[in-house]
Each structure stands twice: as structure tokens, then as C-alpha cells.
Design a protein around this ligand. Structure first.
Ligand code: GGG
Length: 349
């Protein structure tokens, strides 16, 4: 379903919990400084609300979220609520029911000093992980038999559909200019792997100009640490994409800097969020890094068709990082607000 374009895009804002509440306002500050003509509406989706109502996302909020042009999301999680049920009721529900089947996790190194890699020639990192976002081990199929006994059996199903596998592979080829690397574990997970391998070959045939390479996930992890500059686009399933993108986040400066987009290229729906979670160990003290959220906001405006604005935001982030105007996780001494100000200032100047 393609929705009518709006003059001003309507953005549903869900800071949610912990660090999310601190970083999302900085992303909005930067969007405003960049001149984004967006209408923001905040929604009360968080653990306090969940504890009060018993509903992770209240019905009235859900109907608004379905209509929004995009969702700007913070982070979800709270020690007072059951982690799995809350995550499933908020983030996974949004990904699954809005059919946001592409999870984009770019990793670009903005300053050499942020790389943990010893060799300088291995630091020009600019890659994109295209993670399947609506299937795999995250669908919650399975169960526990003889729960609580020493005979307990736990089953977690890995769901892979022809449609789901084909469309994510298709997207990866469209995103690539030179090469796509497909990552799976077809030698051990033979049924799902066979479907991925079959469709990988079929989809590759439709894109003869794009080079292809296949790696098992263990080899991919090793190659990412050995030389991440060899990668442009990596396409993989839900679990492997989740794990490898934490690894790539560390290669560019850590979880605080990594952005992501959850999109449906056909309906144009999108949810944009930093890769990091609620960071309970540091949240509430004004030291959380807002760059992951700011770069996610930049992905959002790019998705909405404002490429120049997205480039300007990324340029301002790069300039602030290079000037050392960043939080302590990146070697700076600024607070969350001050980093937002430093990026916003560059967009206004
Ligand atoms: N922005 C990513 C996000 O919210 N992920 C959910 C998550 O990892 N929650 C666990 C936590 O924050 O502790």
C-alpha cells in the first residue's frame, strides 16, 4: 500500500526508556537545525506506561503509528518488566506488523582514532549490513516442554520463507554498487541454508553487474575483524545480522555511534533507531552518546527523500567527532546535550 505524500512529514516519536529518552531529543534538535520541516508527535510508549496499562503499545497509539510517515525510536527495555514480552510487544511488533522487513545497519568510520584496528589500511570502513528483520529466530515460534523439570525440552524455530528470503536478497542487490556478500550457516543449518542458497543464486542472476561472494557467518566475523574494508554490502538473516552489526559498531567507535533503519521499501514505512539499547548503567546522567540517534534521524530524512539534508547531518556529525566534540565513549568530555548542540551548531553556521 503506497500512502499519499504529505507536504510536511508526520513523525511519530517514541523515545521509550532509559538512554532512548536522552538521545531522541538531541536527534530532533539536530533535525530542526538542519531545517527539516517535520511534524513531531511524542507517544507515551515506555515501561511506566506498560506497568500502568498492561499494554506495551496502547490501541489508540497503535492506530496513529500505522499512519505516521516515519517513526523515530529510542530504546526499549526496563528491569521492572519482563524483557522478552516487552520487547516483543513494542519493537518486534512494530517491525513485524508494519512489515519493516529491511534492517539497515551502516558502519562508517568517521575518524581514524575511533578504530580499534591496529593497521591503518584496514580502517577505511564504510559498509552496510542488510539484515532480514521479520523472520528467522525472532518470530517467537516454539515452546518449552516439561518446563521446570530436568527433562525440559526447549524448541525455538528458525522461520525462513521464500518471500522473506527473496525480498531481502533483492533489496541488498539494489543497495549495492559493486558487490554483495551473503552470509549464512548453510553447512550446519541445512534446510534454511538451502533456501537462502537457492534464492541467492536466483536473485544474483537478475543482477549480473553486481559481484557476489558467500561466507559462512563464522568466517564473516573473522573477515570483518581482519579487514572490514573488503565489504560493501552484507546481506544476512535476522540473528546473524544482529550479531555482526554489534561487531561492526565496535569497529567504528562503539554502540553509541551506530544508527539503523527498519524499512519497507514498498509501503515506504520506516522506523529509525540507534542500535544501542537503554544503557541502564549510564542512562540518566547526561553522558549517553546521541550520535547513533542523530545518524538514525539522518537515515530517516534520507528515506523521506531529503538526501542533501541527510548528507549535511552526516557531515556535521563527522566534523564534531573529528574536533573531539563528543561524549567520553568517543574520547571527548561533552554531555549528551552538548554533543547535540555541537552538531546542531554546524548545521546552523
Ligand atoms: N534501539 C534498540 C533497542 O531498543 N533495542 C532493544 C534492546 O536491546 N533492549 C534491551 C535493553 O535496552 O536493555
Amino acid at each position: 500500500m503506497r500512502r499519499k505524500p504529505h507536504l510536511r512529514n508526520h513523525i511519530a516519536v517514541l523515545p521509550c526508556d532509559g538512554a532512548g529518552k536522552e538521545v531522541v531529543p538531541e536527534a530532533i534538535k539536530v533535525l530542526s537545525a538542519a531545517g527539516a520541516e517535520l511534524e513531531f508527535q511524542d507517544y507515551d510508549v515506555n515501561a511506566d506506561q506498560y506497568l500502568r496499562s498492561g499494554q506495551p503499545i496502547p490501541a489508540a497509539v497503535w492506530s496513529d503509528l500505522q499512519k505516521a510517515d516515519a517513526i523515530l525510536f529510542g530504546a526499549v527495555g526496563d528491569p521492572r518488566v519482563d524483557d522478552a514480552a516487552y520487547l516483543a510487544g513494542v519493537l518486534l511488533r512494530l517491525r513485524f506488523e508494519l512489515d519493516l522487513y529491511v534492517n539497515l545497519r551502516p558502519a562508517k568510520l568517521y575518524d581514524d582514532r575511533l578504530s580499534p584496528l591496529r593497521r591503518e589500511d584496514r580502517r577505511k570502513i564504510d559498509l552496510l549490513i542488510v539484515r532480514e528483520n521479520t523472520e528467522g529466530l525472532y518470530v517467537g515460534m516454539g515452546g518449552r516442554f516439561k518446563k521446570g523439570t530436568e527433562q525440559e525440552v526447549a524448541v525455538q524455530e528458525d522461520l525462513n520463507t521464500y518471500l522473506g528470503v527473496t525480498r531481502i536478497l533483492d533489496y541488498a542487490f539494489q543497495a549495492a554498487k559493486g558487490e554483495v556478500v551473503m552470509v549464512d550457516k548453510a553447512n550446519a543449518m541445512t534446510y534454511a541454508g538451502a533456501l537462502w542458497q537457492q534464492q541467492w543464486k536466483a536473485v544474483a542472476k537478475k543482477h549480473p553487474k553486481i559481484k557476489t561472494r558467500h561466507l559462512y557467518v563464522d568466517a564473516a566475523a573473522m573477515q570483518l575483524v581482519r579487514d572490514p574494508t573488503q565489504f560493501e554490502v552484507i546481506v544476512t538473516g535476522n540473528l546473524f545480522g544482529d550479531i555482526l552489526s554489534d561487531l561492526t559498531a565496535e569497529l567504528i567507535g562503539g554502540m553509541g555511534i551506530a544508527p539503523s533503519g527498519n524499512i519497507n521499501p514498498e509501503s515506504k514505512r520506516g522506523l529509525f533507531e540507534p542500535v544501542h539499547g537503554t544503557a541502564p548503567d549510564i542512562a540518566g546522567r547526561g553522558v549517553v552518546n546521541p550520535i547513533g540517534a542523530i545518524l538514525s534521524a539522518s537515515m530517516m530524512v534520507r528515506h523521506l527523500g531529503h538526501n542533501e539534508m541527510a548528507n549535511a547531518i552526516e557531515g556535521a556529525v563527522e566534523s564534531a567527532i573529528r574536533a573531539g566534540e563528543c561524549t567520553r565513549d568517543l574520547g571527548g568530555s561533552l554531555s549528551t546535550h552538548e554533543v547535540g548542540d555541537a552538531v546542531a551548531k554546524r548545521l546552523k553556521d
